[in-house]
Design a protein. Sequence first.
Length: 222
Amino acid sequence: MRASLLLLLTLFGCVNIERSYPDKHYFTLEVSGDEDPPTLTGSGVLEVSGLGVSRRYEGQSFVYRISDAGYESDFYNQFLIAPASLISEEVRHGLTRATIFEHVINSSSELQPTYRLEGTVNALYGDFRNLGAPKAILEIQFFLTTQAAGQSRILMDKQYSKAVPLSGRTPEALVKGWDEALGAILTSLIADIKSAQLKATSMSATLPDERGRDTSGGEASR
């Protein structure tokens, strides 16, 4: 009896009972910038607040759309940190490189902003409904406000949507697609901010000053 027990213990001791699980992989987003950034052309201080993300996509796991009503969450392929932080950081870096403002800060800075940019990521997923044509989907809504005399005024409210075809159904291809989508959105955002700045400047030039005179030099009507 004792010999049989020792034999069983010996056999079990030789068996490897460790299970093999897939490794988890972590990714970040990175928008490529110009190697030679333009010289400073802008003025003012822009605060880029932390972007919000729809609760459908706020987690670190990648989300795939597999049918019109069906989605999957990928436990083994994830963002390194929360996507809200990743995208907020890339937006700040992109606007800094664009040099349309003298300073681009986050909400923890002690500088007083003259403009504030807020936004919400409404969609962030891999669209795999068509197996032969996968796409990276990114949608962001931005609000640009001006901060003057203790009041906030909306200069721009716009939603940007981008679908980028992927080279394959892999996490690496999806991340590359998201990078391209975010880069395209940033390009459009920068152009729209420039237009909003010009509009704000032209509007302020026509407003009367505190003494009842307009900026063109004509006296205010009495």
